[in-house]
Ligand binder design. Sequence first.
Ligand code: THU
Length: 131
Amino acid sequence: MMKKYQELLKSAENALANAYAPYSQFKVGAAIRAQNGKIYQGCNVENVSYPCGTCAESGAIAAMVADGEKKIREILIVAEKKAKIMPCGACRQRIKEFADEKTVIISADVNGNFDFYRIMDLLPCAFEELE
Ligand code: THU
């Protein structure tokens, strides 16, 4: 159990408890520690029109940006039904927008086991706009 990430895990689990996933039954929570030290949470929010659903990471990023923050120091993701999950492809791109080489992406389980990744490993050869 790594103490350093307990607060982030708790926060992601709180969001997970509120996840709205009546279609997939797959609840996900995410928590970001931003540059300012604050924690922002998100959960997946599904929709009867399936493609309208949003991921937990999207919600956490939106909360951070709405609060005026632009830099993710750590982002932790936890799911209810699976030991550890990885951010989907679209969320890797969303994380990249607000990450740098020091940003830590943490895949967690509810028992406090963590795997650590960096965005350049999860999204190599990412799209960049031309000069
Ligand atoms: N989901 C997330 O919230 N984050 C991910 O990184 C992967 C998938 C959600 C989307 C959908 O509501 C449910 O998990 C099943 O795919």
